[in-house]
Design a protein around this ligand. Structure first.
Ligand code: NI
Length: 160
């Protein structure tokens, strides 16, 4: 595994649409492992492939550390390949940040609950439903795959 460089605000790769993953090969496994290590190293709860310069529909999420602070059950590592949000309900407004915008935090309104359909690293389809922070992380990371970043949705900047 290796730590990859995180692309920051202004890097045009962050604003491009990612391509569907068609090959579930060793290269994909290395990308997922590297993304997870890079995310953990930087204390993130989610990372999308364009943030490490790869225009592929690949996301990693792990809200365990944040969950512990909020006393919620641990969910562990989540890998989403070719994710599509299939259902969403409710609404939540809370502070959000992004490893590509390390100095910016702001209020973003997201659905409270979402269901996502995705493939695992072997290409097998599954469905996952998340609420609260997990729903927020899924929406934030799926936005990255379409070239959208959270500052487009910030209604008020906050200091952390
Ligand atoms: Ni982000």
């Amino acid at each position: 595994m290796a730590i990859r460089e995180i692309r920051k605000e202004g890097d045009e790769i962050l604003y491009k649409k990612c391509k569907e993953v068609k090959n579930f090969d060793n290269k994909l496994c290395i990308l997922l492992d590297d993304m997870y290590e890079t995310m953990k190293k930087n204390d993130g709860v989610g990372l999308a492939a364009p943030q490490v310069g790869i225009l592929k529909r690949v996301v990693v999420i792990d809200i365990s550390d944040a969950d512990k602070r909020k006393n919620l059950p641990e969910t562990g590592k989540i890998e989403l390949v070719n994710p599509e949000i299939t259902e969403e309900s409710g609404e939540q407004t809370d502070d959000e940040g992004c490893l590509s915008f390390p100095d910016l935090f702001g209020k973003v309104t997201r659905p409270y609950k979402v269901t996502v359909k995705a493939q695992d690293r072997n290409g097998k389809w599954f469905k996952l439903t998340g609420e609260g922070l997990l729903a927020r992380a899924i929406c934030h990371e799926v936005d990255h795959l379409d070239g959208h970043v959270f500052i487009e949705k910030v209604t008020e900047y906050t200091k952390r």
